[in-house]
Design a binder for this molecule. Structure first.
Ligand code: CUA
Length: 342
């Protein structure tokens, strides 16, 4: 059997597999790139620029890939012909050195030209938000240009169309603060203060994540991001500034009593009460947040019970101890109280 015959017979099968593989890869890539945590479905100025760079680089890669495949097919099928030394030198110098240098230099210049606007600070008088990466959650403090700071955790709400200055820090390990839909990522480094300005361009709910391996629960260190209209945002911030509401109903009242009896206030603060702990997240309005445990547990009665009863199951490596020894009725009461903190 001649080699050429084998090639011909298997060629259509192979081409079929290649086309199928590419189709599945394309479907998989596009399906996984959409949604609340997508850098190529931008909802912020920085993310728009980064998405542009991504598409230019992807376009460049596709052109190079098609060129290489075309040359490979040509090399397989072409009748061997002796080329002159001049032609060989042109091919090696042009295709092997000149072309990659030009393409990579162009992409480098394009990418570097993006850095100054991406790293620029928000204008003076912009809303400032301090975020501290903890093990493994996010301590958040709003510092509005006019008004008292507001402490919360694991959730960030932003006004649409306004630049916001983030000041980032960490007390112990390195984290990376990243809201892919809004912009680039920035490391949070112990002993240093890093900054990033973000400007959301459309309203919606997005997801932020830690983008630097920081320990056991790194993959369970997320946060919710909600971009709102300016007036709605102002109302939300005003509500967050208020002290906690009095518990309504006997179950929530019992829950508050058990909260203090079990020593929860040693680690958590609830504005307007005796709870002033600073080790764990501020719980003043924890019931109004979208999720619990830094983006991993639904915020409802069952979610609170699950979290308090088995913190270490929900988040292995968590510093908060579990309270599985408490009777179910007491867990329900605690959950009712925390849920009432709207
Ligand atoms: Cu924090 Cu990874």
């Amino acid at each position: 059997m001649k080699i050429g015959e084998t090639f011909d017979r298997s060629r259509s099968t192979r081409a079929h597999w290649v086309v199928c593989g590419m189709a599945f890869a394309t479907l998989g890539v596009t399906a996984s790139c959409r949604g609340r945590q997508s850098a190529i479905e931008p909802a912020g100025r920085g993310a728009e620029e980064i998405a542009d760079l991504f598409w230019w680089m992807t376009g460049g890669a596709v052109v190079i890939w098609v060129g290489v495949v075309a040359l490979t097919v040509y090399a397989i099928r072409a009748r061997p012909v002796a080329h002159g030394g001049h032609w060989n030198a042109m091919l090696i110098i042009g295709g092997g050195a000149l072309l990659p240098t030009l393409v990579l230099a162009a992409l480098l210049i394009y990418g570097l030209s993006m850095l100054p606007p991406l790293l620029a600070s928000a204008p003076e008088g912009s809303l400032k938000i301090n975020v501290v990466g903890e093990q493994w959650w996010w301590r958040v403090r709003y510092e509005p240009p006019n008004g008292e700071p507001v402490d919360l955790a694991n959730e960030i709400r932003l006004p649409v169309g306004e630049p916001v200055q983030f000041e980032l820090a960490s007390p112990d390990v390195i984290h990376s603060f990243w809201i892919p839909s809004l912009g680039g990522k920035m490391d949070m480094i112990p002993g240093r203060r890093t900054r990033i300005a973000l400007e959301p361009t459309r309203t919606g709910r997005f997801r932020g994540a830690c983008a630097e391996y920081c320990g056991t629960a790194h993959a369970l260190m997320a946060f919710d991001v909600v971009v709102m209209e300016k007036a709605e945002f102002e109302r939300w911030l005003e509500a967050q500034r208020q002290s906690a509401a009095e518990p309504a109903g006997p179950l929530a009242t019992l829950g508050r009593e058990r909260f203090f009896a079990n020593g929860c206030s040693a680690c958590h603060a609830i504005r307007g009460t005796e709870a002033k702990g600073v080790v764990g997240p501020n719980l003043t309005h924890v019931g109004s947040r979208l999720t619990l445990g830094a983006g991993i547990v639904p915020n409802d009665r069952g979610g609170f019970v699950r979290w308090i009863e088995k913190t270490d199951h929900a988040k292995p490596g968590v510093h908060m101890p579990h309270f599985g020894m408490l009777p179910r009725a007491e867990l329900d009461a605690l959950a009712a109280y925390l849920e009432s903190l709207q």
